[in-house]
Design a binder for this molecule. Structure first.
Ligand code: CAA
Length: 382
């Protein structure tokens, strides 16, 4: 049977995240967007409330949230502010490879500190010349006894300059493509790591995006997740989990824009009456509601399949592509409903629209999601 009723615990977590988004994130969202400062006070409060690192299992001191609960948190945090939300959710992305592929000892060593203090982590896969083609990474790992020596540059790394831990994907031999890739956990204080260019972005400006450079960085073999050659699959499995979360984040941004547009349509008067009286506006609002509700269903379905241990690669990509395209449409329409005012910084809708654009790009562009979906649906007939 299908049951959309959330558990009592899920309802509580959802409310906790919603209140945090409205009371703590929203009042400072414009400030961090304009200054591009890293929102440490928000990170600290989120950590105190258990809204950071929700993927860490209970046995390592975390809350061990299931995937559905994670999407509830993600939607609410992005309802608060997408930039700050990305900073917070990127920790889950970076720690998931350890959760899914780490040994007991590695989990204890790397995850536990994150439950004790508000630390940041980064998922370091993308490179200047390897974005969509993740198997084409060039960061080299050369074995030297009990160590790997890492050399290379990682690009567009969320939390890159503030992280205390990186999950790094490197290749033992680029000619082997995905079969040569390893996943390594690399603490920030390892000699040879430096921060390159910090990006100034169109939106999500409260999140930190930087180049991370590895020069002769010696990483113990004991920090490798899984076996040699398993790194690519660890990255793909991680993204299978995180993409439904990204879709939930997009629902959160769209909901924020929709709420503001609905309220504005009832207040703004033209031709002697609220613009909400006009069918042109009503239909736009109705379309927003249709899109938000259907996107959330796709998100919950993908997350539910993950929680059931069912294959969910295709469903996560469907949710990611659909919800993030939806957020772009809804936020653009929200600006339209605000008219000229929507294009100014007096209202938040312009920020939602800028923030939404990144959702179609990161964690796999929506073209890559369609490629993943196409490969699955065609294979189903073979
Ligand atoms: N789970 C498990 N294994 C998987 C898998 C999955 N989801 N997807 C692929 N694999 C396996 C395949 O079965 C294959 O294994 P075998 O050799 O044993 O058959 C192997 O991995 C290689 O698969 P492909 O041939 O499909 O690989 P490909 O080179 O064609 O690439 C791709 C596939 C889907 C395009 C992949 O490169 C991809 O996802 N690219 C996008 C990268 C991406 O999402 N980057 C996001 C960076 S993180 C980020 O953005 C975060 C942030 O800022 C907040």
């Amino acid at each position: 049977m299908i049951d959309f009723k959330l558990t009592e615990e899920q309802e509580l977590v959802r409310k906790l995240a919603h209140d945090f988004a409205v009371n703590e994130m929203r009042p400072v969202a414009r400030y961090y967007d304009e200054t591009e400062e890293f929102p440490w006070p928000i990170v600290e409060k989120a950590h105190e409330l258990g809204l950071l690192n929700s993927v860490i299992p209970e046995e390592y001191g975390g809350v061990g949230a299931d995937r559905v609960t994670e999407t509830l948190i993600a939607e609410e945090l992005f309802y608060g502010c997408a930039g700050m939300g990305t900073s917070l959710m990127a920790n889950n992305l970076a720690l998931t490879p350890i959760v899914i592929a780490g040994t007991e000892e590695q989990k204890e060593r790397f995850l536990t500190p994150f439950t004790e203090e508000p630390l940041m982590a980064s998922f370091a896969l993308t490179e200047p010349e390897a974005g969509s083609d993740a198997a084409g990474i060039r960061t080299r790992a050369v074995r030297d006894g009990d160590y790997y020596i890492i050399n290379g540059t990682k690009q567009f790394i969320t939390n890159g300059s503030v992280a205390s831990l990186y999950t790094v994907f490197a290749t033992l031999d680029p000619s082997l493509r995905h079969k040569g890739i390893i996943a390594l956990v690399v603490p920030r204080d390892t000699p040879g790591i430096s921060i390159g260019k910090k990006e100034h972005k169109m939106g999500q400006r409260a999140s930190d995006t930087a180049q991370v450079v590895f020069e002769d960085v010696r990483v113990p073999v004991a920090n490798r997740l899984g076996e040699e050659g398993e790194g690519f699959k660890i990255a793909m499995k991680t993204l299978d989990n995180s993409r439904a979360g990204i879709a939930a984040c997009a629902v959160g941004i769209a909901r924020a824009a929709y709420d503001d547009a609905r309220k504005y349509a009832l207040e703004r008067k033209q031709f002697g009456q609220p613009i909400a009286n006009f069918q042109a506006i009503q239909f736009m609002l109705a379309d927003m509601a249709i899109k938000i509700e259907t996107a959330r269903l796709a998100v919950w379905y993908a997350a539910w399949r993950a929680d059931q241990g069912l294959p969910h690669t295709k469903e996560s990509s469907i949710a990611k592509a659909y919800a993030t395209d939806m957020a772009m449409e809804v936020t653009t329409d929200a600006v339209q409903i605000f008219g000229g005012y929507g294009y100014t910084r007096e209202f938040m809708v312009e920020k939602y629209m800028r923030d939404a654009k990144l959702m179609q790009i990161y964690e796999g562009t929506n073209q890559i999601q369609r490629l993943v979906i196409a490969r699955h649906i065609l294979k189903e007939l073979m």
